[in-house]
Write a protein that binds this ligand. Structure first.
Ligand SMILES: [Zn+2]
Length: 437
């Protein structure tokens, strides 16, 4: 064989090998493409329509990355099930039909318990408010009695509005919750709630899926759904009330951490503080800047006669609350203004550390003390900017919750509706609620 023939046959052999492996890769790619078309595709397309409000087929194809023919099949399936409908555009110049989910097909409940206040909102599947109510408790220390009342209030609200059944219930409770088990975990001020089988009780009572989470996580989710951060997927929600806690939204979802207690910032040590906290440590953030701590500081100031406003209130009412400080600041009392600014600065110094670590696009301040308003949030913003990297803060938005009291029940509703329409739950949700499924 000549040298030329040797090289030529080696070249041909190599080229054939290349064709062979390319062919295998193509078959593999086709197989992967086939694997994509599973029942999950139906859930994926339903959720694209659900999160976009109204959308045409071309945009669904673009957002899903699935072929046009698959989209067509899945849309027909969803229309047949009654889950979505085609909407004729009012303007004849818009030729394309739009798809939307049928919100009126079912209902979920968002339940939110505070220390004394219960808020319930019933949403349709489009997360529009159907009806709502508020109920007050003298005390929530007895879980049996408290949950008996919550169940009764929820049943009454459904009955009064002609709602026969719920597709799911999301509940936010004001203490640490083991999300996976649906049980409270060592709540500091209400010990009888520890390990109380909350999720099981509600699932048995209402016969639908139930998710239980802590108050801050559901508030964060609510704010992300309808509040000032609807376009953002990485932000921090900070609840400032008697306690202080944070909810982390990462890539549009709650980040709970390894054991579910991510965001428990109330016990981060504040530099240079010696104040004793109920947890046994000294200098915890909520022991310095939480509602109770501020009321105690106001009482000290009144007793020292440093604020005529607070002194007069203390003499009249025998005690002071954080809201008295707010009213004092509005009335122009300098001590009250100073107290609010100091609390904002202390919280801001802790938030600065979180900003450097997490780089959120926004920090949303909620909870009772958000009523302190711009004076409070302005001091936080200043401390964050002073103590974080420029790159992390130059577009950082620090704002007050837009939803206020509604962030909790809205987030609880969002939590359960995202769950029942997730890829894992979609088929059983349809089977459970629609005969056609
Ligand atoms: Zn502590």
């Amino acid at each position: 064989m000549s040298t030329f023939m040797f090289y030529y046959s080696t070249y041909l052999f190599g080229y054939r090998l290349l064709i062979f492996f390319r062919g295998r890769n193509m078959i593999q790619t086709q197989m992967n493409h086939k694997e994509l078309i599973t029942p999950n595709t139906t859930a994926q397309i339903y959720n694209i329509i659900r999160s976009n409000g109204e959308i045409n087929r071309m945009d669904i194809t673009r957002l899903s990355g699935v072929s046009k023919s698959t989209i067509s099949l899945q849309i027909n399936k969803l229309i047949k099930l009654g889950l979505i409908e085609e909407k004729t555009p009012p303007d004849s110049s818009q030729r394309k039909l739009k798809l939307q989910i049928r919100g009126d097909l079912g209902f979920v409940a968002g339940v939110f318990l505070g220390i004394t206040k219960l808020s319930i909102i019933i949403f349709n599947l489009d997360l529009r408010i159907e009806c709502e109510k508020v109920h007050y408790f003298d005390s929530i220390s007895d879980p049996e009695e408290c949950n008996r009342q919550i169940i009764q209030q929820l049943k009454d609200l459904c009955r009064d509005n002609g709602i026969e059944r719920l597709w799911g219930i999301g509940i936010g409770f004001p203490f640490p919750v083991n999300f996976r088990d649906g049980k409270p975990d060592s709540p500091p001020n209400v010990p009888l709630w520890h390990d109380y089988p909350l999720r099981r009780i509600y699932e048995k009572e209402f016969g639908c899926p139930v998710l239980i989470d802590n108050d801050v996580n559901v508030m964060a989710l609510g704010e992300g759904h309808k509040g000032c951060t609807t376009e953002e997927s990485d932000f921090l929600f900070v609840k400032v009330g008697t306690g202080i806690g944070a909810g982390l939204i990462v890539d549009g979802k709650i980040y709970r951490g390894a054991k579910g207690c991510a965001g428990d910032i109330g016990h981060i040590e504040v530099d240079g503080s010696n104040v004793r906290c109920h947890c046994g440590n000294k200098g915890c953030l909520e022991a310095v800047a939480g509602g109770k701590a501020l009321a105690a500081r106001a009482t000290e100031i009144a007793a020292k006669n440093e604020s005529p406003y607070l002194k007069e209130l203390l003499t009249r009412n025998q005690q002071l609350s954080a809201m008295d400080i707010n009213n004092g600041a509005i009335a122009g009392d300098l001590s009250c203004i100073q107290l609010i600014k100091e609390a904002g600065t202390v919280i801001g110094s802790v938030l600065a550390k979180l900003v450097s670590f997490f780089n959120p696009s926004s920090i949303v301040i909620g909870g009772g003390l958000s009523a302190f308003g711009n004076l409070f949030v302005g001091a936080m913003r200043e401390a964050v900017i002073r103590r974080s990297l420029h790159l992390a803060t130059f577009e950082l938005n620090v704002c007050i919750s837009e939803l206020k009291d509604k962030s909790g029940p809205t987030g609880a509703g969002t939590l359960i509706i995202d769950h029942i329409f997730s890829s894992q739950e979609f088929t059983s949700t349809i089977k459970r609620n629609l005969r056609a499924g």
